[in-house]
Design a protein around this ligand. Structure first.
Ligand SMILES: NC(=O)c1ccc[n+]([C@@H]2O[C@H](COP(=O)([O-])OP(=O)(O)OC[C@H]3O[C@@H](n4cnc5c(N)ncnc54)[C@H](O)[C@@H]3O)[C@@H](O)[C@H]2O)c1
Length: 409
């Protein structure tokens, strides 16, 4: 496919925008990638990627060969893909669409008549009606077409998922939706559904909410089983043999830019309706404190008194990535700090700069300094080096280690 000969400007070159821009460019689309962060654009122009991700370097090389350009200014294009951040307001829990609105304002300065603006960023249902539609209207640019094409990819497997995931495209006008579908079909081998904008907005948030609620259920089971002295992993394994049961795994909390954020949009917009979601999010947010309590219990049980010899393995929000946003280990450390406790040791193979106190940058040095290790992130590295944990007190928050005497959440 050639994407209908469209010229594309991707705005926001973070975890989502960069791989999307590279994927389009490496599949024959004329692409400019734009970000307001000059340093980030400088790095890309210098031929370097800005984060670690499986297959990203190769994709970057292909896109550069195909002629992708990186700029800090938005350019003339047929289609603009907006992939900027959409955090939630910590107090109201509602989506904060300011970055999307600002990017759309900037697009209008360069967009030719009839251009299409695709919002890829995750937004709550109704955000396009409330916050995006008024922008071209106020600027007298009713010719601009609006589309919502939410992204589903997961860090750690982004390149594969960009190629293979099914996608949703929401548009006011079916023909515009089909044209944007043609663009994504230049690289996407999955099924692409075209629907209306509000449905597309809702599906994206619902997908992440489903996972958040399911994880919260697993976390609640872990607490019940802890109380009863039962093995939650064995219970979930057996339950999941039922043909219509699929419980996710408990863990030390939920982080990242999706599952720990998007369900709050529904709580913020429908506080009297989204009760289960609200409780689920609180359950997940409470897990780092639950782990902190487990550390305390296990230290007491083993006669350990020196907090300075307890180490957290992993600082990122998930395995084999360098993304620390909303990460459970950072939540745990913040909670510890609030309780005026001395900081724990930390180590993460993906985090090379110092971001928290007492951070060690070598696995062996970290393990030498620890009497107790808390596996917060299941990086492949710790699975491969599991033998090095033998003889230590270990709290395995993911049930990945096959060692005698390992504690679980
Ligand atoms: N990270 C994920 O795993 C993931 C997965 C699916 C969907 N999403 C959604 O995708 C969107 C982007 O997420 P991300 O993780 O890539 O965010 P990010 O913070 O990594 O990247 C956003 C980028 O946009 C740039 N930016 C902001 N305003 C701009 C403007 N006006 N003009 C130009 N550049 C601008 C920022 O400088 C930044 O580099 C969010 O809505 C997120 O919820 C993220």
């Amino acid at each position: 496919m050639n994407g209908g000969e469209q010229v594309v400007n991707v705005i926001g070159l973070g975890y989502i925008g960069l791989p999307t821009a590279l994927m389009l460019a490496s599949h024959g689309i004329e692409v400019t990638g734009t970000d307001c962060n000059e340093e980030l654009v400088g790095t890309l122009k210098a031929g370097k990627t800005t984060f670690k991700e499986k297959g990203l370097e190769e994709l970057f090389a292909d896109a550069v060969k195909a002629g992708i350009r990186f700029t800090t200014e938005i350019e003339t294009a047929d289609t603009y893909i907006v992939s900027v951040q959409t955090p939630y307001d910590k107090f109201s829990k509602k989506v904060d669409p300011a970055a999307v609105v600002s990017a759309v304002r900037d697009v209008l300065k360069a967009a030719p008549e009839g251009a299409t603006v695709v919002i890829e960023a995750t937004i709550s249902p109704g955000t396009i009606d409330r916050s995006v539609r008024p922008v071209p209207k106020e600027a007298g640019r009713e010719d601009i077409r609006r589309v919502h094409a939410p992204e589903r990819i997961i860090p750690g497997n982004m390149v594969y998922e960009l190629l293979h995931n099914n996608r949703t495209i929401g548009a006011d006008d079916r023909a515009v939706g089909e044209r944007v579908k043609e663009l994504y079909a230049s690289f996407c081998e999955g099924e692409i559904v075209v629907t209306d904008i509000r449905t597309a907005e809702m599906t994206k948030v619902v997908e992440n909410t489903f996972r958040a609620v399911n994880i919260a259920f697993a976390n609640e089971l872990a607490k019940i089983c802890r109380h009863e002295g039962m093995d939650v992993y064995e219970i979930i394994r057996i339950c999941n043999m039922h043909p219509r049961v699929n419980i996710l795994q408990p863990g030390p909390g939920v982080g990242g830019h999706c599952i720990s954020v998007d369900p709050w949009f529904l709580v913020g917009d429908y506080p009297s309706l989204a009760k289960v979601i609200d409780e689920a999010m609180k359950t997940n947010d409470g897990m780092p404190d639950f782990v902190l309590n487990r550390i305390h219990e296990i230290m007491k049980e083993n006669g350990l008194t020196d907090v300075g010899r307890v180490g957290l393995y992993g600082l990122t929000y998930k395995e084999n990535v360098d993304d620390m946003r909303e990460s459970p280990p950072l939540q745990l450390l913040a909670s510890q700090e609030r309780h005026l406790a001395a900081p724990l040791l930390t180590y993460d193979p993906y985090i090379t700069e110092d971001i928290v106190p007492n951070q060690v940058h070598d696995l062996d040095a970290f393990l030498d300094a620890c009497d107790m290790v808390v596996v917060m992130v299941k990086h492949d590295e710790i699975r491969e080096n599991a033998e090095k944990l033998r003889g230590k007190v270990v709290l395995d928050c993911h049930n990945i280690l096959d060692l005698p005497g390992v504690y679980h959440i």
